[in-house]
Design a protein. Structure first.
Length: 392
């Protein structure tokens, strides 16, 4: 059962390197999501769905059935994913998976259907159901690196953006209060209260200016001018924060190998500046997301990897081995045969330096001391694996 679960996990989650079956499943699910979004959109047209109602109903039932099977299957195979915290225990891992945003989106995609069947949501409330069903478009986040980058930006800068949002909230209420005090007597029907004035404050602070409510007193116009200028600065600040964070995220995903970076890897310690410069040419940078399959046991070894940042878990007996910054893995296949003995998975976003077989041979020729350190580490790991096999 565990072997089957691992295989299904590789197909569904893919670890970033799903096989043909995994890619086929992804394409089918993406197509189903797009069809559902189009169906919800077409249902709002006048005269639709009309005679096509049975087709729309069947599409909804089939989609919910497929999404339900997908959700339950992902929940089942979540026991194979330790996550960045290295959780142990199948149910603890499943509970951790259920609280992830992407899992909550998967649940929201199917929950309204079952709540309607149980009578908890009135079937006649079609607009609300369509709005909830439109949330299925968020499932595309799982398959888009660009969307994942945006989510990562919001997560990494959540405190800064929350602080900026609080500033906007304060400015909004101060603006509404000020305009209410100076315009209430002149326009009691339009500025009857501070909550009524909030609409003008929001339209002015965002520099939209619908024009349905405008100040007519000199002091009111002066406050309006100040609020407009304040809005440009505040939302410019928010936009700048997001743009800066997004560029930082793109740089993290597209970093360049430097001599200083290579010198921080213990295997290359002791090389001169010129030697490091030459070694840089042999290495290729990789930025991988969390839970990404880097190597798979039994496949042909084409490269080894040095960890710059992040963490990688090697599936070895008697318990998984974690490799952090400065460590390396994948060397066994280059030294002792074409086939890998271990599976390696990133636990969180990880930066790697890749050294392919041809570059490794050149490295061993030009810098035998570096190759010696790699061989010594490989020997120690091989001894540990052999000892574990003997105990079994």
């Amino acid at each position: 059962m565990n072997a089957l679960r691992k295989q299904v996990f590789s197909v569904l989650e893919g670890w970033g390197r799903a096989d043909a079956l995994g890619r086929g499943v992804d394409i089918a699910l993406i197509a189903l999501i797009v069809v559902n979004v189009l169906a919800v959109t077409l249902e709002t047209l006048e005269g639709w769905p009309g005679p096509y109602r049975p087709w729309f109903d069947w599409l909804e039932r089939i989609s919910v059935a497929i999404f339900t099977v997908e959700y339950l299957t992902r929940l089942w195979v979540a026991a194979e994913d330790p996550g960045p915290r290295g959780l142990r225990g199948a149910w603890r891992r499943r509970l951790a998976y259920m609280t992830r945003p992407i899992a909550l989106i998967d649940l929201a995609a199917i929950l309204p259907f079952y709540l309607t069947m149980m009578g908890m949501i009135p079937p006649a409330d079609g607009r609300a159901l369509r709005a909830i069903r439109m949330l299925r478009v968020l499932k595309l986040t799982r398959y888009s690196v660009a969307l994942q980058s945006i989510v990562a930006v919001f997560h990494s800068e959540r405190r800064t953006m929350l602080a900026a949002l609080v500033i906007v909230f304060i400015a909004l209420h101060l603006s509404a209060t000020a305009i209410y005090l100076v315009e209430h007597e002149a326009q009691p029907e339009k500025f009857s209260s501070i909550p009524e004035a909030l609409w003008w404050a929001l339209a002015t602070l965002t520099t939209v200016g619908y024009g349905d409510v405008v100040p007519i007193t000199p002091w009111g116009r002066a406050i309006g001018a100040v609020v407009m200028l304040l809005g440009i600065g505040l939302f410019g600040l928010w936009t700048g924060l997001f743009a800066s964070s997004f560029l930082d995220e793109l740089r993290r995903r597209d970093f360049k190998v430097t001599g200083q970076m290579v010198s921080q890897v213990p295997a290359f310690a002791g090389l001169s500046a010129d030697q490091l410069h030459n070694a840089v040419r042999l290495l290729s940078p990789l930025v991988l997301p969390g839970r990404y399959l880097v190597t798979r046991a039994g496949e042909r070894a084409e490269a080894m990897y040095f960890v710059v940042s992040g963490e990688v878990e090697l599936e070895v007996a008697p318990k998984p081995l974690r490799v952090g910054p400065g460590g390396f893995f994948g060397e066994y296949g280059l030294l002792h045969g074409p086939v890998r003995r271990t599976t390696a998975v990133t636990l969180l976003e990880t930066r790697l330096l890749s050294l392919d077989r041809q570059s490794f041979d050149r490295l061993a020729m030009d810098y035998p001391e570096v190759a010696g350190k790699i061989r010594e580490k490989a020997r120690q790991r091989a001894d540990s694996l052999n000892a574990a096999d003997a105990l079994e």
